[in-house]
Design a protein around this ligand. Structure first.
Ligand code: SF4
Ligand code: SF4
Length: 402
């Protein structure tokens, strides 16, 4: 019997707008594009899985096709689902396992951070990783912090209890293992609005697991996170915020769409951080902001665009006095999580991002601002500019106290 989990392909009106907006189809002939790989091919696949085209593996799951589609076809979900059901060749499991276990890698990396950071930037080691793990030697890696953000947060936890209003912070792997200052900046901004921050137990949101096809492990993580966050959302009526646009997208949409998990208990409580801050500012909880006198270029990440959250980030940045903001043309940076860390996709990833890097160079800002940690890695690797999260720019406008 034909099982139709996502029948949105039937709403396709064959306009091909999605293919025009697909950043991968634009740079390589190896991927025919979302219309052909999504709704067109799905009709054939559900009748005969033998008709699967392995070019599906080139899709980055950036969701730009879904943003463009006038018929609300969940094109990227259709492609991801088909990829993991049918495409069997072309995956390199030792590397994919290593890259998708971010909690394991992060726990080890933060214990041995000086050694890990030295090895991951030592050219002979990078060559060996290219040869044996198929991780391109040209790719730079994010450095590990010493210890975790959760440990650092213990020093801040007592003060958080003094606030009447509270929110739960899903910090994600990047803040926990690679960028503690983004987490502490978030706490400063929340406290300045009169909101205390709570942490609950969490595991990797599952984005790298989904991207690498470890769906059972991704489901286990999703179940853990839903159960842990439900206590705060349903039990205490708190909002759940994240500084990662991709973690937010996964918690809100990928859990139900791709993993078939019931996240209805937390769905309405999950908000990307700038939407939460925007709402507090509207309620009158806007702290005094000092001029920052910086010329900044803002890059909007694909998953935040799909969430509909870009306008909140831009509005907040415009409220910072002295910030000379350039809004960059909307386009994909190309890294797409672990995609750009794989030798077979590296050049496609670079080619996708080329236009963005060129536009940043043309704008010649003092800093680049973006909401996504992997966009940050890609832009910092390909341009000379420092990249900051909007929350860190807001924290800077609050003044010293670091
Ligand atoms: S998700 Fe991105 S890469 Fe995949 S088909 Fe859609 S636009 Fe293209
Ligand atoms: S944009 Fe939507 S409706 Fe148009 S071809 Fe693509 S999937 Fe079909």
């Amino acid at each position: 019997m034909i099982k139709l989990e996502n029948i949105s392909f039937d709403h396709c009106i064959k306009c091909t707008v999605c293919t025009i907006y697909c950043p991968v189809a634009r740079v390589t002939h190896l991927f025919p594009g979302p219309k052909q790989s999504g709704p067109d091919a799905e009709r054939l696949r559900i009748k005969n899985p033998g008709l699967v085209d392995e070019s599906l593996k080139y899709c980055t799951n950036c969701k730009r096709c879904e943003i463009a589609c006038p018929s609300d076809v969940r094109i990227a979900d259709i492609i991801q689902d088909a990829k993991w059901k049918y495409v069997k060749k072309g995956f390199f499991r030792p590397r994919d396992f290593f890259m998708s276990r971010t909690d394991l890698a992060g726990s080890l990396g933060t214990i041995f951070s000086p050694l890990a950071n030295f090895l991951f930037s030592f050219f002979p080691v990078k060559i060996l990783m290219d040869l044996f793990l198929k991780i391109p030697y040209k790719r730079s890696y994010p450095a590990y912090e010493r210890g975790t953000f959760r440990r650092k947060f213990k020093k801040l936890a007592a003060r958080q209890k003094t606030f009447e209003k509270k929110a739960v912070y899903f910090h994600g792997c990047y803040v926990n293992y690679n960028n503690h200052s983004l987490g502490t900046d978030l706490v400063r901004v929340m406290n300045a609005m009169g909101v205390g921050v709570e942490l609950v137990r969490e595991k990797c949101c599952g984005v790298p697991l989904i991207a690498n096809g470890y769906l059972e492990k991704a489901k286990k993580n999703a179940l853990f996170n839903i159960s842990s966050l439900s206590g705060a959302a349903a039990g205490k009526g708190l909002k759940i915020i994240s500084t990662s646009s991709s973690c937010t997208y996964a918690l809100k949409h990928e859990y139900s769409h791709l993993l078939d998990m019931d996240n209805t208990g937390i769905y309405n409580s999950i908000e990307y951080v700038t939407k939460f801050i925007f709402d507090r500012f509207e309620e009158g909880a806007r702290p005094p902001l000092r001029p920052v006198s910086i010329r900044a270029a803002y890059h909007s990440p694909c998953h935040l665009e799909r969430l509909g959250g870009v306008m909140y980030t831009i509005d907040l940045l415009k409220k910072i006095p002295g910030l000379d903001l350039i809004i960059l043309h909307s386009e994909c940076c190309g890294i797409s999580g672990t995609y750009g860390f794989k030798r077979e996709y590296y050049q496609i990833s670079q080619d996708v991002g080329y236009q963005l890097f060129r536009r940043i160079e043309e704008a010649d800002p003092e800093i680049v601002i973006t909401d996504c940690e992997t966009c940050r890695m890609q832009i910092e690797m390909n341009t000379k500019y420092r990249v900051m999260h909007p929350v860190s720019v807001l924290a800077m406008a609050l003044g010293d106290e670091r």
